[in-house]
Design a binder for this molecule. Sequence first.
Ligand code: DQA
Length: 142
Amino acid sequence: MKKVLVINGPNLNLLGQREKEIYGAETLEDIARKMNAEAMKLNIDLSFIQTNHEGEIIDKIHESKGKIDTIIINPGAYTHYSIAIRDAIKAVEIPAIEVHLSNIHAREEFRSKSVIAPVCVGQISGFGSIGYILALNAAACL
Ligand code: DQA
């Protein structure tokens, strides 16, 4: 069974309350529920973490080495400047898929740059919560 870890970064615990016109009305629990249902269909063993702390994301990526087949990550605002998260993904050599609810290329200019994307297999951005489902399907094919 393929093992996939979903990492959600800062402020994503506030989904459903935060800037709903951009991020939608679903909570992170709603998204996790949908992903669990899809994971069952795809025969994927899914685990989740949400943290507002960069170091915790890095520790979790390190711990995944040898245990996790694919990482799905929405690094939140860290997307745009965390070289440390980028280096961690590169270091563990686990295929990673970057997900964003919003289309980061259609917003403020500072959001269009991802320092994480170059070390990922690919990026899914702008499809709302469906992006996580798409990422899971991509993970099943890796
Ligand atoms: C986000 C986009 C980021 O720019 C922002 O800082 C977030 C959410 C998204 O899912 O669209 O926190 O990663």
